[in-house]
Design a protein around this ligand. Structure first.
Ligand SMILES: C[S@@+](CC[C@H](N)C(=O)[O-])C[C@H]1O[C@@H](n2cnc3c(N)ncnc32)[C@H](O)[C@@H]1O
Length: 462
């Protein structure tokens, strides 16, 4: 055997070993917990299921990442490069077919038939679609393990497609399409936003780079607007887009729950804040992050700030979820008549300025401007708590990539998403420190809450 073949086979065996050893770890964790490892063929999904919760346990989470990285690398090592590159160049069909299935409420139709599934003729009749095309769309998805083709032309939900259950009956969804997200926790809104708006926008990336102009990003080309995306959302005709995006932000924790991401063990110590400490959620979206904080730490005072229409939605959300805090005047809502984070910050007694998924939307110049407005309003004791991903390099770390490759694909998808929307991007830790320093904040500490990919970056006034 030639030396290169031997070396290559050795690499493949190392990858296979990682897969096998990681499986041993997972098997041990599930048997020790007395919980069955769920099958992909199971037609239901619940993030509260103990079997799903166990995935966030550190040893299981690490083993899962190792398997994802090693299995994808094994495929890349053995597969024809021609196949790999052609598959990559058409991966957008996965997104567009997923969008079709979600819009046509296929998951909710299939839910009525359980693991045995139903013939595509029935799905097509219910969703008023052409049978042959729908069958091919679902087959493409089933080929990627979203849905299951139980037998030819008979489809069923599996554990992955079941994530897209909007929590209503198909009949209700077809009867009242305008209420389709009322029971969604945010994950379906997020998937539809990504597989609709972000898909269109991504098609403009090359043209935008080749014809670079200041403040023109793929979003502006795709939707033919000069406005930054968030301002475009404020237009009355874009109310649906705004609502879907804001709800999608609630569903964004794909690998852990919102409360694990914000309040999780070994995260920022919210409980050390004194009674009546003021937490300002800057660019609060639907106000779900500050709500999770207030539910666990009701002694804190909350100020939710965002653009006018968005902060109106946040108020509605709090009125339903925590009306007592509104009645007791422990929460305030400030919209763009009195708040825009590029303008002077109105709250001068903040203990915490919280920014979740704000920093990554903007380039360094714009972010430094936002941070400087917060610095100008800060007390010497004010802390900045930034919740954003920290970019990892993809340099090799034998035999796996040091960022776990596709195991952490979401980092790089979000990075492209925020660039394409607004010219932003995820930052490395040194890049965070540099932009903070430009606005006279000093990077103080990074917390990494257990079971979450969501670091808490804390800065203090310089
Ligand atoms: C990616 S979302 C994050 C929302 C929320 N913090 C979360 O974690 O889900 C960014 C938010 O910034 C808000 N925003 C954009 N420009 C703003 C501005 N100039 N002033 C205040 N808020 C703004 C948007 O309306 C949006 O709600």
């Amino acid at each position: 055997m030639a030396d290169t073949t031997r070396t290559q086979i050795e690499t493949l065996r190392q990858l296979a070993k990682i897969v096998n050893e990681s499986l041993d770890t997972i098997e041990a964790a599930y048997s020790q917990a007395g919980v069955a490892l769920p099958s992909l063929n199971s037609p239901t999904f619940s993030s509260a299921d103990p079997a799903e919760v166990l995935r966030t346990e550190p040893a299981v989470a690490r083993a899962t990442l190792d398997i994802m990285a090693a299995a994808a690398q094994l495929s890349a090592e053995v597969c024809s490069p021609l196949t790999m590159v052609l598959n990559a160049s058409q991966s957008f069909y996965l997104a567009s077919c997923l969008n079709v299935a979600s819009e046509l409420n296929v998951v909710e139709i299939l839910k009525e038939y359980g693991a045995g599934g139903v013939h595509v003729d029935e799905i097509a009749a219910r969703s008023k679609t052409e049978t042959g095309l729908l069958s091919r769309i679902l087959r493409l998805l089933a080929t990627h393990h979203v849905f299951r083709e139980v037998k030819p032309d008979v489809f069923a939900n599996n554990r992955i497609s079941a994530v897209l259950d909007k929590g209503q009956s198909a009949a209700d969804l077809f009867a009242k399409p305008e209420e389709r997200f009322t029971k969604d926790t945010g994950i379906v809104a997020l998937v539809e936003y990504c597989s609709d708006d972000l898909l269109r926008v991504s098609a403009e990336l090359t043209t935008t780079i080749l014809n670079a102009q200041p403040n023109v990003y793929p979003y502006n080309r795709a939707f033919d607007t000069d406005l930054p995306m968030f301002y475009f959302f404020q237009r009355p005709e874009n109310a649906y887009k705004l609502k879907r995006f804001a709800l999608g932000m609630q569903g964004i924790q794909t690998t852990s729950s919102l409360s694990e991401g914000v309040l999780g063990q070994s995260g920022f110590e919210w409980d050390t804040l004194p009674a009546d400490a003021v937490v300002v959620d800057v660019g609060c979206g639907n106000g779900h992050v500050s709500l999770a904080i207030a539910q666990k730490h009701p002694k804190l005072k909350i100020v939710n700030q965002d653009l006018a229409r968005q902060v109106g939605l946040a108020k509605q959300y709090w009125e339903t979820e925590m009306p007592s805090h509104i009645e007791n005047q422990r929460v305030e809502f400030q919209g763009d008549a009195d708040h825009d984070f590029f303008q002077p910050q109105p709250v001068k007694n903040a203990d915490i300025f919280l920014l979740r998924f704000i920093a990554h939307n903007w380039d360094d110049v714009k972010l430094a401007h936002i941070l400087q407005k917060l610095r100008d309003a800060a007390m010497p004791t004010t802390k900045l708590v930034i919740l954003d991903k920290i970019q990892l390099f993809a340099a090799s770390w034998e035999p796996l990539l040091s960022n776990w490759g596709v195991g952490n694909a979401e980092y790089y998808y979000f990075d492209m998403g925020v660039h394409n929307m607004l010219g932003g991007g995820e930052r490395t830790l040194p890049a965070f420190a540099a932009v903070l320093a430009r606005a006279h904040w000093r990077l103080d500490k990074v917390y990494r809450p257990q079971g979450s990919h969501q670091p808490h970056i804390v800065a203090v006034p310089m």
